[in-house]
Design a protein around this ligand. Structure first.
Ligand SMILES: [Zn+2]
Length: 225
């Protein structure tokens, strides 16, 4: 006959003290877990920051490279402009701007330095404001009416009027050269465009005034190429 009774197999009843201990233990474990997660999060955050820094460094390096490249490009473009300018000036100085000259397979210089006839190898073009521009067909030198504000200098360099001194002689010489060019005899007919008068409103006088100089100044970088 078995002595086993229901009372005997029931689990031992947890004392209050035991319960308290178990809860403390559980709390400690949870705290530990939380600390671990926090540490992991911090590590990830750190890693993310490191990637971010690497990213930034890469972008800065790219940017520096691009800036260096742009600087090199600007410098080489500047050199090219200066060279082109010097080449133009040399070609203009050796050209007679005249027709004629003997061209052979061996010597074609007359094509770029001009010939020796009375007639000039130029075209004359009347601009929209009525100004006549003259261009040599051999060396491409272009003569246009001069604008006073382009003749201000400081230390030998062309500057804005407020920064320099007006060179009356240079202006007069350039204007005289232009007038000679307009008078170059040539059988080529003048080309032209619709003629308009350029005016600007003067707020001080309340009137429209002739703006030929303003127009000329605005197209001074233009060439009849
Ligand atoms: Zn010429």
């Amino acid at each position: 006959m078995s002595k086993t009774t229901a009372e005997n197999v029931t689990a031992p009843v947890e004392t209050l003290d035991d319960q308290l201990k178990r809860m403390q233990l559980e709390t400690a474990r949870m705290q530990q877990e939380a600390a671990k997660l926090e540490l992991e999060a911090k590590q990830l955050e750190l890693q993310e920051r490191q990637y971010h820094v690497q990213d930034l460094k890469g972008r800065i390096a790219d940017r520096q490279l691009a800036e260096m490249q742009a600087k090199n490009n600007r410098e080489s473009a500047g050199r090219t402009f200066a060279q082109d300018d010097a080449t133009d000036k040399y070609r203009w100085s050796v050209c007679t701007h005249r027709k004629g000259g003997v061209v052979s397979a061996r010597d074609m210089r007359a094509l770029t330095t001009g010939g020796n006839e009375d007639q000039y190898a130029v075209i004359k073009h009347q601009m929209i404001n009525g100004d006549i521009w003259v261009r040599c067909l051999r060396c491409s030198k272009t003569w246009a009416p001069q604008v006073q504000s382009n003749f201000y200098f400081r230390d030998g360099k062309s500057v804005a009027p407020r920064d320099g001194v007006f060179d009356k002689e240079k202006f007069a010489a350039a204007q005289a050269e232009y007038e000679r060019a307009v008078a170059f005899p040539t059988r080529n007919t003048m080309s032209g465009s619709v003629i308009c008068q350029f005016k600007k409103f003067n707020t001080e006088t309340g009137r429209f005034e002739d703006a030929a100089d303003l127009y000329r100044e605005n197209i001074r970088g233009t060439n009849l190429r």
